[in-house]
Design a protein around this ligand. Structure first.
Ligand code: UD1
Length: 417
């Protein structure tokens, strides 16, 4: 069990270049199976979820080579269609293997996917859409067996713009006969990165970033080199660390347009924010102001993956903030830990009412999921006194060298083993 030790009070200042996006890297690594060739990914983040995906690819027979943030994946030697249950249980993103395995082998075997405990997270949208394309799905001894030797392109309307289902269908449609049209697709920028990667492998996909994606099936695919896009969630977390500690940060390596909604709220909170291509500069006021009501929403709305970190900085802002979580049904578990630090937060189902307190107090807290854990680190950086954040392995699913990077920016934070 890993934990971080933090002495609060230091402003987070300096320059930070974001790493590659976790939520782009995971589906793209899975998609490489569909090419049947060697692919090289750069700016691939060194986080535990990526290492789990690498292990899954190896368990399927693929060869991988990792050097820093460069990852080579040779999928020509794939020899299995079954994702081992213990790896499947480690992260929900293993569901992404279904689409590319169907394209490559006409069969995929998985067990129920794991992931952060932030709600029910069913896979019914994936299943309904895959069935529409002709996939047959059976459950045998707790395993889900997907079969579809020749899927048919279909016109599919998603009941909800699920990010994972959109990506899975794009990958399954690569091998289908004819055209697949996904209506009400998710519009997240990471889906555009997947489209860009697949098109550079020879696919013909249009519309990622909009709510209608069209995939032409059966295009011959080949391997390629791809640079993973910058991580807007990691970047947003570092901006919030600077905002909450009265610091000043120049964030590099990020497409600023995809951060619009989020930056709007940072300005409401009293931060000075300037943008130029690929860079965001922010200076936090001494103490943040509440931002009134905020709702998470599918892109381009406020990202649910920045909700916990935002709530943490609002816990010590001037005034009352209301945060409504509209994507996941149980994403406020971390609030109890913030309350231990002196925060005044009340939860009513999917809504948190945060009455800003003058200061948070350091104490011992425990992460229960990835972004909730990051929120506790931000609270620790802002608090008076010392904070220990336990279960830091959750945080390492999505942040690479988090304490070390914060330390370079002036945070008094270290890792205890
Ligand atoms: C992705 C992101 C995750 C982010 C989420 C929402 C990756 C690797 N992860 O997760 O970080 O928080 O998008 O932006 O990209 N749902 C169903 N049935 C389904 C699928 C989803 O009910 O078949 C529900 C989920 O329970 C959840 C909501 O839809 O309440 C959103 O899920 P989805 O967009 O699919 O998120 P993920 O792809 O799992």
């Amino acid at each position: 069990m890993e934990s971080y030790h933090i002495r609060g009070g230091n402003p987070i200042c300096g320059e930070y270049t974001v790493k590659g996006a976790k939520n782009a890297a995971l589906p793209i690594l899975a998609a490489s199976i569909a090419t049947g060739e060697e692919n090289v990914f750069s700016r691939c983040p060194c986080i535990s979820d990526v290492l789990t995906m690498k292990e899954i690819l190896e368990s399927l027979g693929c060869r991988t080579e990792k050097t820093g943030d460069r990852l080579l994946v040779d999928t020509s030697c794939l020899n299995s269609e079954e994702v081992p249950a213990e790896l499947m249980g480690k992260m929900r993103s293993s569901i992404f293997l279904v689409g590319p395995l169907l394209t490559r082998c006409g069969r995929a075997v998985i067990s129920q996917p794991g992931g952060c405990a932030i709600g029910k997270r069913p896979i019914d949208i994936h299943i309904k859409a895959l069935k529409q394309m002709g996939t047959s799905i059976k459950e045998v001894d707790g395993k889900l067996i997907f079969t579809g030797n020749q899927l048919e392109g279909a016109t599919i309307a998603l009941d909800f713009p699920s990010v994972g289902a959109t990506e899975n269908l794009m990958m399954a449609a690569l091998g289908a006969k004819g055209e697949t049209v996904i209506h009400n697709s998710a519009r997240e920028p990471e889906i555009q990165d997947l489209q860009q990667y697949l098109n550079s492998c020879g696919a013909q996909i249009k519309g990622a970033g909009t709510s209608r994606i069209v995939i032409k099936g059966e295009c011959p695919l080949h391997g390629t080199c791809h640079r993973i896009m910058g991580d807007r969630i990691e970047g947003g977390t570092f901006l919030l660390a600077a905002a909450g500690t009265g610091g000043e940060l120049l964030l590099r390596g990020i497409e600023t347009d995809m951060m619009k909604q989020f930056l709007k709220y940072l300005r409401y909170a009293g931060c000075k924010v300037k943008k130029q291509p690929g860079e965001i500069w922010l200076r936090g006021p001494g103490r943040l102001y509440c931002t009134g009501k905020l709702q998470t929403a599918p892109y381009p709305g406020f990202p649910t993956d920045l909700q916990p970190q935002f709530t943490a900085v609002m816990a010590a802002a001037i005034g009352k903030t209301i945060v409504e979580e509209r994507i996941f049904e149980n994403r406020f578990k971390y609030a109890d830990q913030l309350i231990k630090m002196g925060a005044d937060i009340e939860i009513f189902q999917r809504t948190a009412i945060i009455e800003g307190v003058e200061f948070l107090r350091g104490t011992q807290v425990a992460a229960e999921d990835l972004r909730g854990g990051a929120a506790l680190v931000l609270a620790g950086l802002m608090a008076y006194g010392e904070t220990t954040v336990e279960n830091a392995e959750f945080i390492e699913r999505g942040y690479c060298s988090f304490p070390e990077e914060l330390k370079k920016l002036g945070g008094d934070i270290s890792r205890n083993k």
